[in-house]
Design a protein around this ligand. Structure first.
Ligand SMILES: [Zn+2]
Ligand SMILES: [Zn+2]
Length: 222
């Protein structure tokens, strides 16, 4: 535990380092990814954690160069603009969710906020690779269902997956919202089930898991 009710965990997998933070008010999981020996850092979702992420990146002497959004819901993106101003990191989101950065949604209402409309700097597509440090590669896997442009972010070599609101420990994201599609969710979960069983899964909310711990995936995708 550190200040401001932000909880924090540090994870190392090969040369990949993961700082996992849980930020108030909705306990969103946000992540700083970096490589040993490099100051390049990627942020996976900002939520309302811009100042916590900025402070932690500074403590670790990291330079965030990209904000990777798992999807466009406001509870995950509310402070993207703020963190971009603090760091000049580029905002990246799947091309089908980019429009959401300019809109308030159900989550904004729940949070009681009106967000500052922002524009994406980078629009992502399925299979795109993001390289950082000397040897780290993240792969964009388009996993629609919760929203049209939901993605999972996969560090293949290290077996680490950032699943946003697609796959949770013991469940999956809601498919009854604007732009949701239950059938697309089923296909997306099927796609994730094809990843190696020991793959560590870091969702947008709740506890961490692995693909093989989520046995229910087999039944739902049959
Ligand atoms: Zn969501
Ligand atoms: Zn969410």
């Amino acid at each position: 535990m550190s200040g401001n009710n932000t909880q924090r965990r540090s994870i190392r997998k090969g040369s990949l380092r993961i700082e996992a933070l849980v930020v108030p008010p909705l306990s969103n999981n946000v992540y700083i990814l970096y490589e040993d020996g490099s100051d390049d850092a990627l942020i996976v979702d900002v939520a309302q954690g811009a100042s916590s992420l900025f402070q932690r990146a500074r403590e670790l002497e990291l330079r965030p160069f990209m904000i990777l959004n798992t999807h466009g819901h406001t509870d995950h993106t509310a402070e993207d603009g703020a963190l971009r101003s603090m760091t000049s990191a580029k905002i990246a989101i799947h091309e089908l969710d980019a429009y959401r950065l300019a809109l308030d949604d159900e989550a904004s209402e729940g949070l009681g906020i009106k967000k500052e409309p922002i524009e994406a700097d980078i629009q992502l597509t399925n299979g795109q690779q993001i390289r950082f440090g000397k040897e780290s590669i993240l792969k964009v896997i388009h996993t629609p269902g919760h929203t049209e442009g939901s993605i999972s972010i996969y560090a293949e070599k290290e077996g680490q997956l950032f699943s946003g609101d697609t796959l949770f420990q013991g469940g999956y994201g809601r498919v009854d919202g604007f732009g949701s599609d239950p059938n697309a969710m089923k296909l997306s979960l099927k796609k994730l089930l094809e990843l190696p069983g020991p793959t560590d899964v870091y969702p947008g909310h709740g506890g961490f898991t692995t693909i093989q711990n989520e046995m229910w995936l087999k039944e739902i995708t049959d």
